[in-house]
Structures are given as structure tokens and as C-alpha cells.
Write a protein that binds this ligand. Structure first.
Ligand SMILES: [Zn+2]
Length: 262
């Protein structure tokens, strides 16, 4: 009985608090930053492509329509998250990523012009400093999105990756921009970002062989969103991102549904 009274009191007290805190959804505008997964989804040259196989599709003998499919793919392809354990032993696997890291206020750093002139462009500290000169210091808890402009080539592998070849020999022929390891280091030492994403296949540029930016970021538990879509539809700041990956137990990354909210 005592317990019941206590419960009633807790409930009565809790109701107005919940009502006050409730956030109104949907927001004014939503931009989907996710590519659909299908036969043309871009994967690393050495990775297994996305596969969708039909278990059943059509009219059943009971007279109703039914469809069900089977899918399989590598973790790291299409719009996906790299979880820290991808390059940092013992760090978060994709199911362990704290949800707070995957949502929050976001910004876009536009390096389209630099990357148009050089497909091997490395996003520099100066690019971040220039953004800050115009928009103010990057606040703690920000999700940073890098717009290289390569999104407009997706899913044309030749233009987007630099090669449409597959297999181990193709890796050396990859050409697309990425984050300079020096910038990754600057970020982890001077700013407290939640996550980083970009519109190329990897946070390290195509010509990287040591994946240093991955290692620097993941060592600090900062996940990376790769093959992010529609960055051309976002302003430099003033919006939020929610990025929820498939919760693969022990996974090093996985398919991501990422959206921008205004
Ligand atoms: Zn990845």
C-alpha cells in the first residue's frame, strides 16, 4: 500500500515535468543524408557488395500479396558509420556507441572549391579556422560534416572513388578527398566534437595507406560517418543531425540512417 501511494505521488509529480520537456516533432524541415542501399551502392573495392534476394514476392495461395527479402553486405559501404573499434582495439563497437554521440547540433565545412581542383585534397586546419572566422568557434558537442562536393558523383564509382575496378589492386588507384591527419589531431586536441562525417567513401583520403585520421579520431572515440548524402542541401550551421546505425552486436560499423533537422 505504501508503495502504491509513493507510486501515485511520483506519477503526479512526473506528469507536468514530462509535458514541459516534450519536444515537438516533426521539425520544420528534414533532409535525408542517406543513400538507399541497392545494387549500385558504393563499397570499398575489396568489400562484398550489397545483396537483396527474394524469399517471396507475389500473391499467396490464400489470396493476399506478400513480399520478404534477404539482404547481406559488408559493414563499410553506402552511407555508414565507422565505429571506433574499426581502428582502435577495445573501443566502442557499433552497438556500444552512446546515442548522445550520434545526435546533436551540426555544421558543414564546405571545401568544394579546394576538392574540385584536387581530388587528393586533405581538409586542413585552415579550412576549420576559416569556417570559425565566419561562424564562430565550433562549440563542444558539435557534429562536423565535411562537404567535399564528391557527393555529386555518387554512385559513379569511377568519378566518386577514382576507379571502378574492384579487388586489392584497385585500392592504390583510389582518389578522393579526406581529412588531413594533422587536422584530425588538431580537432581532438582543441575542439570537443561528437562525431565527424563527409561525402566521400572514407574519412582518410583515397591515397592513404595508413588511415591515420581514422586512428587519431577513433582513439578519442569520435565516430565517422562516410558516404553521407545531400550535403549540398545544408547550411553552414543552424541545424541538428540524428545518425542511427544498425545495431550490429560487436560490429565495427554498419549501415546508417542519417538525417538533418531544422
Ligand atoms: Zn567505414
Amino acid at each position: 500500500m505504501k508503495c502504491l501511494h509513493l507510486l501515485m505521488i511520483v506519477l503526479i509529480l512526473a506528469v507536468p515535468a514530462v509535458a514541459q520537456k516534450a519536444r515537438v516533432l516533426p521539425p520544420d524541415r528534414i533532409v535525408d543524408l542517406t543513400y538507399a542501399f541497392g545494387v549500385d551502392t558504393v563499397y570499398w573495392p575489396t568489400a562484398e557488395q550489397f545483396k537483396l534476394e527474394t524469399d517471396f514476392e507475389g500473391m499467396t495461395d490464400k489470396g493476399y500479396f506478400y513480399s520478404a527479402y534477404r539482404y547481406s553486405a559488408a559493414e563499410h559501404g553506402g552511407t555508414h558509420v565507422d565505429s571506433p573499434v574499426h581502428f582502435a582495439k577495445g573501443h566502442y563497437s557499433v552497438d556500444q556507441l552512446p546515442l548522445e554521440r550520434l545526435m546533436g547540433p551540426a555544421i558543414v565545412i564546405d571545401v568544394t572549391a579546394q576538392c574540385a581542383a584536387n581530388p587528393d585534397y586533405l581538409v586542413s586546419v585552415a579550412d576549420f579556422e576559416n569556417w570559425e572566422k565566419r561562424n564562430g568557434r565550433i562549440a563542444s558537442g558539435t557534429i562536423v560534416l565535411l562537404r567535399t562536393g564528391f557527393g555529386k558523383f555518387y554512385p559513379d564509382r569511377k568519378k566518386y572513388l577514382g576507379t571502378e575496378e574492384r579487388g586489392a589492386e584497385a585500392v592504390a588507384k583510389l582518389h578522393f578527398p579526406g581529412l588531413d591527419p594533422a587536422t584530425a589531431r588538431w580537432l581532438t586536441q582543441n575542439r570537443a566534437i561528437k562525431a565527424i562525417g563527409l561525402d566521400t567513401a572514407s574519412i582518410d583520403y583515397g591515397q592513404s595507406t595508413t588511415f591515420e585520421s581514422h586512428r587519431i579520431l577513433f582513439d578519442k572515440n569520435i565516430p565517422a560517418f562516410e558516404n553521407v548524402a545531400n550535403l549540398d542541401q545544408l547550411p553552414a550551421k543552424g541545424f541538428s543531425v540524428i545518425a542511427l546505425p544498425m545495431k550490429i552486436k560487436g560490429g565495427s560499423g554498419g549501415p546508417l540512417r542519417i538525417i538533418a533537422l531544422f
